[in-house]
Design a protein around this ligand. Sequence first.
Ligand SMILES: CC(C)(COP(=O)(O)OP(=O)(O)OC[C@H]1O[C@@H](n2cnc3c(N)ncnc32)[C@H](O)[C@@H]1OP(=O)(O)O)[C@@H](O)C(=O)NCCC(=O)NCCS
Length: 408
Amino acid sequence: MAGLTATEKKLAEYKCNTNEAIQLKLVRFPEDLEDENTTFNPEYSHQVFGDDEVAFGYKGLKILLYYIAGNLSTLFRVEYTSRVNEKFDCVEADDVESKIREIIPPGFCTNTDDFVSLLEKEVNFKPFGMLLHTYSIHNEEAGEDITYQIYKADMTCPGFREYHERLQTFLMWFIETASFIDVDDERWNYFLVFEKYNKDGATLFATVGYMTVYNYYVYPDKTRPRVSQMLILPPFQGEGHGAQLLETVHRYYMSSPTVLDITAEDPSENYVKLRDFVLVKLCQDLLCFSPVKLMQGFSQEMVTEAQQKLKINKQHTRRVYEILRLRATNMGDAEQSRSYRLDVKRRLIGPYKKKQRELAKMRRCLRPEEMTNQLNQIDLNLQREQLEESFQQLVSDYRRVLERLAQA
Ligand SMILES: CC(C)(COP(=O)(O)OP(=O)(O)OC[C@H]1O[C@@H](n2cnc3c(N)ncnc32)[C@H](O)[C@@H]1OP(=O)(O)O)[C@@H](O)C(=O)NCCC(=O)NCCS
């Protein structure tokens, strides 16, 4: 803070990072309220607090957003150790409470006693909609298998609209470009994951995550469901729920004769990793992906079979092919490894070829003195390097998918 005036230094003390200040919790038992191990923080808060993710005007700021694990009834409180007042150079503290109120629905508790009494009614909470899939995962800590269920819900399910309003707030904290959807548009489908747990001898349900899918009409009688936003709440990430949810949703649409294929809107890197794993798992037993056929190259048969049987589009089928072919290739064998590298690079080179065509066009339009050969040369070398880098990255991502597949 060198070079700051005394006032600037003092003001800086009243800045809090909002990703740290916001404390989230999914509460099952009253003891969870005091247990710091159950607290988690946002990854993003820029949509609410601006790009620097800072709230001004407070020391020791805590924005508590505690949720009852199942129905997500909310406790919202703002706490701090001190706050700037008007005497302090006429600067005003940010209105943190209003900013949060803009994204959480009304009806939340502001005191802990009310929240705890709602917790007692949680036993009445049941998941919304139609049960699609049940699975269990072994939990090391608990030393037992825990059961999870995936449901498909819509706005006609009593209480779902209000529950969804509470749930979607989490998107702001964990998806960089999250947005709230128009829930009155009936083409939205909602898929929810719940954990079953026991409390005083009763079975209760905790929210694990969800996915929204939009049903695009491509022809009058055909649809192309598009995964819009997907979130597994942080306490449950890395346990396999994302893969279970995506596979269940895929299977749900696969069986529909009106569905052409299933795509995703602006997919993130993590989503692509998950999708690669799920699609390869679904495709690996198709005859068109037998080792012999994989070695003969990417074929129309693969495109057709994956589209018709599994509703996978051509671009995704191509990735599945590359992953399965990597598994069938002996990379220690010079000839096999060369053939694989060339095959993948031939696809990767597409955008570079386009650039070269554009360059050639430029060459025709510009005078020789306007084009520097040197520049072209550097460009080509750089392209070769970039291509090799992309290839190596891709192979390492593919290997990760294959490792996961081997463990599944
Ligand atoms: C991306 C997201 C949906 C993935 O969900 P998830 O439940 O964590 O996914 P999974 O648990 O199935 O897989 C995640 C990783 O955990 C690993 N994993 C799964 N089960 C595991 C287990 N029992 N033990 C150890 N690791 C495990 C997987 O191998 C995978 O790792 P890898 O990518 O290195 O192979 C989730 O992290 C999320 O909601 N992120 C924030 C929002 C977001 O990015 N959404 C997607 C775009 S809208």
